[in-house]
Design a binder for this molecule. Sequence first.
Ligand code: BJW
Ligand code: ZN
Length: 253
Amino acid sequence: MIPAPLIEALRQARHMVVFTGAGVSAESGIPTFRDSLTGLWARFDATSLATPEAFQADPALVWGWYEWRRMKVLQAQPNAAHLAITELARQVPRLTLVSQNVDDLHERAGSTEVVHLHGSLHQPRCCKCGESPKQPLDMPNEPEGGRRLQPPSCTICSGLLRPGVVWFGENLPAAALSAALQAAETCDLLISVGTSGMVYPAAEIPGLAWRAGAVIVHVNPLPHRQHREREYTLAGPAGEQLPALVAQAFGDR
Ligand code: BJW
Ligand code: ZN
């Protein structure tokens, strides 16, 4: 059951933010980070893979693991949740899509101008000069979990290429962060989809929007901790909840 005031808020919204985390890609077969059985951190140690120190200590271990992840994404398809977000953007005057995800499934579902807070698996860059290769990397062919794989060298300065993602302790890309914060402060409705809300500063975004007066909707199979006024949870997988939300709010248009 979707509450009637929420449907009305969707119909009235002038500027909507959709804020996504790993859960939006879960139904495409991309593992989340913190789900207790299937999450990446249940099987792999974050500190030995997702920090600059880990890459410095063992570039081949880290590069191989990210190449395995990139392969999984290239083999995956956008799911009903990604498609529902694309449809939502057609229905509201303005929609800003802010994602913590490093995959490109929103883009492949037809979303444009996605604000990627944590970078991209598909845009490695040189550790030394910061340039990204002009040619896309070859299609990876990595076993489950990845094998040790020497990162390619930069064609400009011969430094090592590194994954183009934001690791713990690194700053988020300034332009993306400022676009996300500005959208959160000015939107009238924010839908937070498939995120545990544990990683900062991204986790501040729904609260920022709420304090600025927006209606907040969480879409997650896990119940949300607490609810304030103007805050709702649609409990269930995003691939079911988001299409239902879009159909109920805009199906008659
Ligand atoms: C479904 C579903 C379905 C399942 N449908 N839903 C303030 C306080 C405390 C700590 C800090 C702070 N400020 C900064 C920090 C440190 C740190 C941090 O936040 N640590 C916390 C973990 C404690 N932050 C940083 O280091 C950030 N940098 C920074 O702040 O720079 C300034 C600074 C520098 C130095 C010192 C201090 C400050 C950078 C953070 C970078 C995060 N990087 C990662 C890895 C990216 C690369 C990679 O992919 O490997 O980003 S970590 C990982 O977590 C990834 C994600 O984007 C991010 C968020 O995870 P997400 O998306 O929420 O996934 P999950 O798995 O947690 O949740 C999935 C959810 O989906 C669950 O709720 C499920 O129930 C749900 N779900 N199926 C809908 N079908
Ligand atoms: Zn270089």
